[in-house]
Design a protein around this ligand. Structure first.
Ligand code: PLP
Length: 389
Protein backbone atom coordinates (compact mmCIF):
# COMPACT_ATOMS: atom_id res chain seq x y z
CA UNK A 1 0.00 0.00 0.00
CA UNK A 2 1.50 3.29 -1.12
CA UNK A 3 -0.70 5.74 0.79
CA UNK A 4 -0.90 6.26 4.54
CA UNK A 5 -4.70 6.55 4.32
CA UNK A 6 -4.92 2.97 2.95
CA UNK A 7 -2.39 1.71 5.47
CA UNK A 8 -4.34 3.31 8.34
CA UNK A 9 -7.66 1.81 7.18
CA UNK A 10 -6.08 -1.64 6.89
CA UNK A 11 -4.19 -1.51 10.22
CA UNK A 12 -6.14 -3.46 12.85
CA UNK A 13 -5.85 -5.91 15.75
CA UNK A 14 -5.64 -9.55 14.70
CA UNK A 15 -9.16 -10.96 14.14
CA UNK A 16 -10.39 -13.46 16.75
CA UNK A 17 -11.60 -16.98 15.81
CA UNK A 18 -14.98 -15.39 14.94
CA UNK A 19 -13.31 -13.69 11.93
CA UNK A 20 -15.19 -10.43 12.58
CA UNK A 21 -14.63 -7.76 9.93
CA UNK A 22 -14.70 -4.80 12.34
CA UNK A 23 -12.40 -4.72 15.38
CA UNK A 24 -14.20 -5.93 18.52
CA UNK A 25 -14.05 -4.15 21.85
CA UNK A 26 -11.60 -5.72 24.32
CA UNK A 27 -13.14 -4.61 27.61
CA UNK A 28 -10.85 -6.51 29.92
CA UNK A 29 -8.64 -5.33 32.76
CA UNK A 30 -6.11 -8.13 32.38
CA UNK A 31 -5.02 -10.98 30.10
CA UNK A 32 -4.38 -14.64 30.90
CA UNK A 33 -1.38 -16.94 30.33
CA UNK A 34 -1.30 -20.62 29.45
CA UNK A 35 1.53 -21.38 31.85
CA UNK A 36 4.02 -19.96 34.31
CA UNK A 37 6.77 -19.68 31.68
CA UNK A 38 4.66 -17.51 29.32
CA UNK A 39 3.73 -15.29 32.26
CA UNK A 40 7.34 -14.96 33.36
CA UNK A 41 8.43 -14.06 29.82
CA UNK A 42 5.73 -11.36 29.52
CA UNK A 43 6.77 -9.75 32.81
CA UNK A 44 10.43 -9.93 31.79
CA UNK A 45 9.60 -8.00 28.57
CA UNK A 46 10.75 -11.01 26.54
CA UNK A 47 7.38 -11.18 24.74
CA UNK A 48 4.94 -8.44 23.81
CA UNK A 49 1.94 -10.29 25.27
CA UNK A 50 -0.63 -8.04 26.93
CA UNK A 51 -0.51 -8.21 30.74
CA UNK A 52 -2.83 -5.56 32.13
CA UNK A 53 -4.80 -2.73 30.45
CA UNK A 54 -2.93 -0.01 32.33
CA UNK A 55 0.14 -1.14 30.34
CA UNK A 56 -1.39 -2.15 27.02
CA UNK A 57 -4.67 -3.28 25.43
CA UNK A 58 -5.48 -4.35 21.84
CA UNK A 59 -7.93 -1.49 21.19
CA UNK A 60 -5.49 1.08 22.56
CA UNK A 61 -2.67 -0.43 20.48
CA UNK A 62 -4.77 -0.29 17.30
CA UNK A 63 -5.50 3.41 17.91
CA UNK A 64 -1.81 4.14 18.54
CA UNK A 65 -0.65 2.14 15.50
CA UNK A 66 -3.08 4.01 13.25
CA UNK A 67 -2.06 7.42 14.64
CA UNK A 68 1.61 6.48 14.07
CA UNK A 69 0.81 5.73 10.41
CA UNK A 70 -0.70 9.22 9.99
CA UNK A 71 2.03 11.04 11.94
CA UNK A 72 4.85 9.02 10.34
CA UNK A 73 5.99 8.14 13.88
CA UNK A 74 8.03 5.14 15.06
CA UNK A 75 5.82 4.37 18.03
CA UNK A 76 3.45 5.89 20.59
CA UNK A 77 1.43 5.66 23.79
CA UNK A 78 -2.22 6.63 24.27
CA UNK A 79 -3.55 8.43 27.32
CA UNK A 80 -6.88 9.24 28.97
CA UNK A 81 -6.85 12.88 27.82
CA UNK A 82 -4.75 15.37 25.90
CA UNK A 83 -3.53 16.86 29.18
CA UNK A 84 -2.24 13.51 30.47
CA UNK A 85 -0.31 13.17 27.19
CA UNK A 86 1.22 16.64 27.68
CA UNK A 87 1.95 16.02 31.37
CA UNK A 88 3.36 12.53 30.73
CA UNK A 89 5.70 13.88 28.05
CA UNK A 90 7.05 16.49 30.50
CA UNK A 91 7.35 14.25 33.57
CA UNK A 92 8.97 11.34 31.75
CA UNK A 93 11.57 13.39 29.86
CA UNK A 94 12.40 16.30 32.22
CA UNK A 95 14.07 16.22 35.62
CA UNK A 96 15.00 18.61 38.40
CA UNK A 97 17.35 21.32 37.08
CA UNK A 98 16.14 21.05 33.46
CA UNK A 99 14.68 24.00 31.57
CA UNK A 100 11.60 23.87 29.29
CA UNK A 101 11.37 26.53 26.58
CA UNK A 102 7.82 26.98 25.35
CA UNK A 103 5.91 29.15 22.96
CA UNK A 104 3.70 31.52 25.01
CA UNK A 105 0.50 30.87 23.02
CA UNK A 106 -0.45 27.43 24.31
CA UNK A 107 -3.55 25.66 25.60
CA UNK A 108 -4.63 27.09 29.01
CA UNK A 109 -4.13 23.90 31.05
CA UNK A 110 -0.71 23.34 29.44
CA UNK A 111 0.22 26.87 30.54
CA UNK A 112 -0.88 25.98 34.09
CA UNK A 113 1.16 22.75 34.10
CA UNK A 114 4.29 24.54 32.87
CA UNK A 115 4.13 27.64 35.04
CA UNK A 116 2.48 26.31 38.23
CA UNK A 117 3.35 22.62 38.56
CA UNK A 118 6.71 22.01 36.81
CA UNK A 119 8.51 24.50 39.14
CA UNK A 120 7.29 22.43 42.13
CA UNK A 121 9.54 19.64 40.83
CA UNK A 122 12.50 21.96 40.18
CA UNK A 123 11.88 22.21 36.42
CA UNK A 124 12.51 25.70 35.12
CA UNK A 125 10.65 27.30 32.18
CA UNK A 126 10.52 30.38 29.98
CA UNK A 127 8.28 31.53 27.13
CA UNK A 128 8.90 33.03 23.72
CA UNK A 129 6.35 34.65 21.44
CA UNK A 130 4.72 32.66 18.62
CA UNK A 131 6.13 35.33 16.30
CA UNK A 132 9.71 34.95 17.58
CA UNK A 133 12.44 34.85 14.96
CA UNK A 134 15.08 32.11 14.82
CA UNK A 135 17.49 34.46 16.64
CA UNK A 136 14.94 35.09 19.41
CA UNK A 137 14.30 31.35 19.89
CA UNK A 138 18.03 30.71 19.99
CA UNK A 139 18.63 33.55 22.48
CA UNK A 140 16.08 32.00 24.86
CA UNK A 141 17.96 28.67 25.05
CA UNK A 142 19.92 28.13 28.26
CA UNK A 143 22.62 25.49 28.99
CA UNK A 144 19.99 23.37 30.78
CA UNK A 145 17.24 23.62 28.12
CA UNK A 146 16.13 20.04 27.60
CA UNK A 147 12.88 20.47 25.66
CA UNK A 148 11.20 22.97 23.34
CA UNK A 149 7.39 22.89 23.32
CA UNK A 150 5.03 24.50 20.84
CA UNK A 151 1.55 24.43 19.33
CA UNK A 152 0.76 25.58 15.82
CA UNK A 153 -1.73 26.93 14.87
CA UNK A 154 -2.12 28.34 18.37
CA UNK A 155 -5.38 28.30 20.32
CA UNK A 156 -7.30 30.59 19.97
CA UNK A 157 -5.11 33.22 18.23
CA UNK A 158 -4.30 30.99 15.20
CA UNK A 159 -0.68 32.16 15.16
CA UNK A 160 1.65 29.98 13.10
CA UNK A 161 5.08 28.82 14.29
CA UNK A 162 7.60 27.62 11.69
CA UNK A 163 8.16 24.03 12.88
CA UNK A 164 11.14 23.41 10.58
CA UNK A 165 12.88 26.58 11.75
CA UNK A 166 12.47 25.66 15.44
CA UNK A 167 13.44 22.02 14.81
CA UNK A 168 16.73 23.08 13.23
CA UNK A 169 17.54 25.14 16.34
CA UNK A 170 16.52 22.25 18.61
CA UNK A 171 18.69 19.79 16.67
CA UNK A 172 21.70 22.14 16.75
CA UNK A 173 21.49 22.36 20.56
CA UNK A 174 20.52 18.70 21.11
CA UNK A 175 17.11 19.64 22.56
CA UNK A 176 13.92 17.54 22.33
CA UNK A 177 11.24 19.22 20.18
CA UNK A 178 7.69 18.41 21.41
CA UNK A 179 4.80 19.66 19.23
CA UNK A 180 1.08 19.68 20.15
CA UNK A 181 -0.54 18.86 16.79
CA UNK A 182 -4.14 18.95 18.02
CA UNK A 183 -5.30 21.95 15.97
CA UNK A 184 -3.85 20.99 12.58
CA UNK A 185 -4.23 17.18 12.89
CA UNK A 186 -1.85 14.93 10.92
CA UNK A 187 -4.13 15.37 7.89
CA UNK A 188 -2.84 18.94 7.56
CA UNK A 189 0.68 18.79 9.00
CA UNK A 190 3.12 16.14 10.22
CA UNK A 191 5.62 17.76 12.64
CA UNK A 192 7.86 14.66 12.72
CA UNK A 193 8.54 15.12 8.98
CA UNK A 194 9.54 18.72 9.82
CA UNK A 195 11.99 17.61 12.53
CA UNK A 196 9.93 17.21 15.73
CA UNK A 197 11.01 14.39 18.07
CA UNK A 198 7.60 13.79 19.65
CA UNK A 199 4.04 14.90 18.91
CA UNK A 200 1.28 15.14 21.53
CA UNK A 201 -2.44 15.07 20.80
CA UNK A 202 -5.73 15.77 22.42
CA UNK A 203 -7.78 13.12 20.60
CA UNK A 204 -10.84 14.69 22.24
CA UNK A 205 -11.02 17.33 19.51
CA UNK A 206 -10.81 16.60 15.76
CA UNK A 207 -9.71 12.97 16.11
CA UNK A 208 -12.94 11.98 17.87
CA UNK A 209 -14.59 14.74 15.90
CA UNK A 210 -18.03 14.07 17.31
CA UNK A 211 -17.78 15.38 20.86
CA UNK A 212 -18.06 11.99 22.59
CA UNK A 213 -14.91 10.91 24.45
CA UNK A 214 -11.71 12.24 25.99
CA UNK A 215 -8.39 10.84 24.87
CA UNK A 216 -4.80 11.71 24.08
CA UNK A 217 -1.59 10.31 22.66
CA UNK A 218 2.15 10.86 22.37
CA UNK A 219 3.94 9.54 19.28
CA UNK A 220 7.52 9.84 18.05
CA UNK A 221 11.04 8.51 18.54
CA UNK A 222 11.25 5.02 20.05
CA UNK A 223 13.68 5.79 22.86
CA UNK A 224 11.70 8.85 24.05
CA UNK A 225 8.32 7.07 23.83
CA UNK A 226 9.77 4.16 25.82
CA UNK A 227 10.56 6.52 28.71
CA UNK A 228 7.02 7.93 28.48
CA UNK A 229 5.56 4.42 28.38
CA UNK A 230 7.47 3.40 31.52
CA UNK A 231 6.32 6.55 33.33
CA UNK A 232 2.67 6.14 32.27
CA UNK A 233 2.44 2.40 32.89
CA UNK A 234 3.43 3.04 36.51
CA UNK A 235 1.47 6.24 37.11
CA UNK A 236 -1.76 5.23 35.34
CA UNK A 237 -3.10 7.83 32.85
CA UNK A 238 -3.92 5.02 30.37
CA UNK A 239 -6.65 5.34 27.75
CA UNK A 240 -9.79 3.24 28.33
CA UNK A 241 -10.29 0.45 25.72
CA UNK A 242 -13.79 1.76 25.04
CA UNK A 243 -12.53 5.27 24.23
CA UNK A 244 -9.70 3.77 22.17
CA UNK A 245 -12.22 1.70 20.15
CA UNK A 246 -14.19 4.89 19.39
CA UNK A 247 -11.06 6.92 18.56
CA UNK A 248 -9.59 4.21 16.35
CA UNK A 249 -12.81 4.08 14.31
CA UNK A 250 -12.75 7.90 14.17
CA UNK A 251 -9.28 7.88 12.59
CA UNK A 252 -10.70 5.99 9.58
CA UNK A 253 -12.80 9.05 8.69
CA UNK A 254 -10.40 11.78 9.88
CA UNK A 255 -9.17 12.65 6.39
CA UNK A 256 -12.63 13.00 4.79
CA UNK A 257 -13.93 14.92 7.81
CA UNK A 258 -10.96 17.30 7.94
CA UNK A 259 -11.19 17.99 4.20
CA UNK A 260 -14.79 19.16 4.72
CA UNK A 261 -14.10 21.01 8.00
CA UNK A 262 -11.26 22.88 6.29
CA UNK A 263 -13.15 23.71 3.09
CA UNK A 264 -16.14 24.93 5.13
CA UNK A 265 -13.79 27.00 7.32
CA UNK A 266 -12.01 28.59 4.35
CA UNK A 267 -15.41 29.44 2.81
CA UNK A 268 -16.64 31.06 6.06
CA UNK A 269 -13.37 32.98 6.46
CA UNK A 270 -13.49 34.30 2.88
CA UNK A 271 -17.14 35.35 3.20
CA UNK A 272 -16.59 37.13 6.54
CA UNK A 273 -13.49 38.99 5.41
CA UNK A 274 -14.13 42.74 5.38
CA UNK A 275 -17.46 42.48 7.26
CA UNK A 276 -18.34 45.94 8.65
CA UNK A 277 -18.74 44.66 12.24
CA UNK A 278 -15.25 43.12 12.32
CA UNK A 279 -11.71 44.46 12.52
CA UNK A 280 -10.16 41.34 11.02
CA UNK A 281 -10.81 37.72 10.12
CA UNK A 282 -8.05 35.19 10.78
CA UNK A 283 -7.55 31.81 9.09
CA UNK A 284 -4.13 30.21 8.40
CA UNK A 285 -4.70 29.90 4.65
CA UNK A 286 -6.16 33.39 4.04
CA UNK A 287 -3.51 35.47 2.22
CA UNK A 288 -4.17 38.25 4.79
CA UNK A 289 -2.85 36.01 7.64
CA UNK A 290 0.45 37.49 8.94
CA UNK A 291 2.13 34.05 8.63
CA UNK A 292 0.38 32.94 5.42
CA UNK A 293 3.70 31.96 3.78
CA UNK A 294 4.68 29.64 6.67
CA UNK A 295 1.17 28.16 6.84
CA UNK A 296 1.26 27.44 3.10
CA UNK A 297 4.66 25.80 3.50
CA UNK A 298 3.81 23.45 6.40
CA UNK A 299 0.02 22.88 6.26
CA UNK A 300 -1.93 20.94 3.62
CA UNK A 301 -5.16 22.62 4.72
CA UNK A 302 -5.92 25.47 7.13
CA UNK A 303 -7.84 23.36 9.68
CA UNK A 304 -11.34 23.91 11.02
CA UNK A 305 -10.95 27.00 13.22
CA UNK A 306 -11.74 30.55 12.09
CA UNK A 307 -11.34 33.62 14.30
CA UNK A 308 -12.57 37.17 13.90
CA UNK A 309 -12.50 40.28 16.03
CA UNK A 310 -15.69 42.25 16.68
CA UNK A 311 -15.33 46.03 16.69
CA UNK A 312 -17.50 46.33 19.82
CA UNK A 313 -15.05 44.52 22.15
CA UNK A 314 -16.16 42.44 25.14
CA UNK A 315 -19.86 43.47 25.09
CA UNK A 316 -20.18 42.76 21.36
CA UNK A 317 -18.58 39.36 21.96
CA UNK A 318 -21.16 38.39 24.56
CA UNK A 319 -24.01 39.81 22.46
CA UNK A 320 -22.82 37.86 19.39
CA UNK A 321 -22.97 34.57 21.34
CA UNK A 322 -26.47 35.42 22.62
CA UNK A 323 -27.78 36.01 19.10
CA UNK A 324 -26.58 32.71 17.59
CA UNK A 325 -29.46 30.34 16.75
CA UNK A 326 -27.71 27.22 15.44
CA UNK A 327 -24.07 27.30 16.58
CA UNK A 328 -23.44 25.71 19.99
CA UNK A 329 -21.97 27.55 22.97
CA UNK A 330 -19.70 24.96 24.53
CA UNK A 331 -16.10 24.55 25.70
CA UNK A 332 -15.17 21.87 23.16
CA UNK A 333 -13.92 22.27 19.59
CA UNK A 334 -13.48 19.92 16.66
CA UNK A 335 -17.05 18.60 16.47
CA UNK A 336 -19.48 17.88 13.62
CA UNK A 337 -21.58 20.69 15.14
CA UNK A 338 -20.23 24.22 14.71
CA UNK A 339 -19.24 25.93 17.97
CA UNK A 340 -18.68 29.59 18.86
CA UNK A 341 -16.66 30.84 21.81
CA UNK A 342 -15.57 34.19 23.21
CA UNK A 343 -12.19 33.58 24.90
CA UNK A 344 -11.91 36.99 26.67
CA UNK A 345 -15.08 36.38 28.76
CA UNK A 346 -14.65 32.61 29.26
CA UNK A 347 -11.54 30.43 28.79
CA UNK A 348 -9.11 33.35 29.16
CA UNK A 349 -11.14 35.59 31.53
CA UNK A 350 -8.68 35.04 34.41
CA UNK A 351 -5.75 36.53 32.47
CA UNK A 352 -5.01 40.25 32.68
CA UNK A 353 -5.67 42.45 29.65
CA UNK A 354 -1.91 42.64 29.02
CA UNK A 355 -1.49 38.85 29.29
CA UNK A 356 -4.33 38.36 26.80
CA UNK A 357 -2.78 40.89 24.39
CA UNK A 358 0.53 39.00 24.54
CA UNK A 359 -1.19 35.89 23.14
CA UNK A 360 -3.38 37.75 20.61
CA UNK A 361 -6.64 37.44 22.56
CA UNK A 362 -8.35 40.78 22.04
CA UNK A 363 -11.64 41.66 23.84
CA UNK A 364 -13.80 41.14 20.74
CA UNK A 365 -12.14 37.93 19.52
CA UNK A 366 -14.58 35.16 18.51
CA UNK A 367 -13.44 31.61 17.78
CA UNK A 368 -15.54 29.45 15.48
CA UNK A 369 -14.97 25.70 15.30
CA UNK A 370 -16.49 25.07 11.89
CA UNK A 371 -18.57 21.89 11.80
CA UNK A 372 -20.03 19.69 9.12
CA UNK A 373 -23.42 21.37 8.72
CA UNK A 374 -23.98 22.86 5.24
CA UNK A 375 -21.63 25.82 4.87
CA UNK A 376 -24.50 28.17 3.89
CA UNK A 377 -26.34 27.42 7.14
CA UNK A 378 -23.20 28.02 9.23
CA UNK A 379 -22.52 31.29 7.42
CA UNK A 380 -26.16 32.44 7.67
CA UNK A 381 -26.22 31.95 11.46
CA UNK A 382 -22.95 33.88 11.90
CA UNK A 383 -24.14 36.71 9.60
CA UNK A 384 -27.50 37.15 11.36
CA UNK A 385 -25.79 37.21 14.78
CA UNK A 386 -23.29 39.80 13.47
CA UNK A 387 -26.17 41.98 12.24
CA UNK A 388 -27.95 41.71 15.59
CA UNK A 389 -24.99 42.26 17.93
C1 PLP B 1 -8.02 20.52 24.34
C2 PLP B 1 -6.58 20.68 24.11
C3 PLP B 1 -5.65 20.04 24.95
C4 PLP B 1 -6.06 19.22 26.14
O1 PLP B 1 -6.76 18.07 25.77
P1 PLP B 1 -7.84 17.33 26.69
O2 PLP B 1 -8.19 16.13 25.87
O3 PLP B 1 -8.97 18.28 26.92
O4 PLP B 1 -7.16 16.98 27.97
C5 PLP B 1 -4.31 20.22 24.66
N1 PLP B 1 -3.90 20.99 23.63
C6 PLP B 1 -4.77 21.62 22.81
C7 PLP B 1 -4.25 22.46 21.70
C8 PLP B 1 -6.13 21.50 23.03
O5 PLP B 1 -7.00 22.14 22.22
Amino acid sequence: MKHSQSKLIRTRVNPTSEQEHSSPLFLTSSFTFDNAEDMRAAFADESDANIYSRFSNPNVQEFVDRLCVLENAETGFATASGMSAVFGSFMALLKKGDHLLSCNSIFGSTHTVISKYLPKYGIDFSYVSAQATAAQWEAAITPNTKMIYLETPTNPGLEIVDIKMVSEIARKHNIILNVDNCFATPISQTPIDLGADIVVHSATKWIDGQGRVLGGAIVGKKELIHEIYLFCRSTGPSLSPFNAWILSKSLETLEVRMDRHASNALYIAEKLQGHAKTNFVKYPLLPSHPSFAIAQKQMKNGGGIVCFELKGGIDAGRSFLNHLKMLSLTANLGDTRSIASHPASTTHAKLSEAERQAVSITPGLIRISVGLEHREDILADILQALEAC
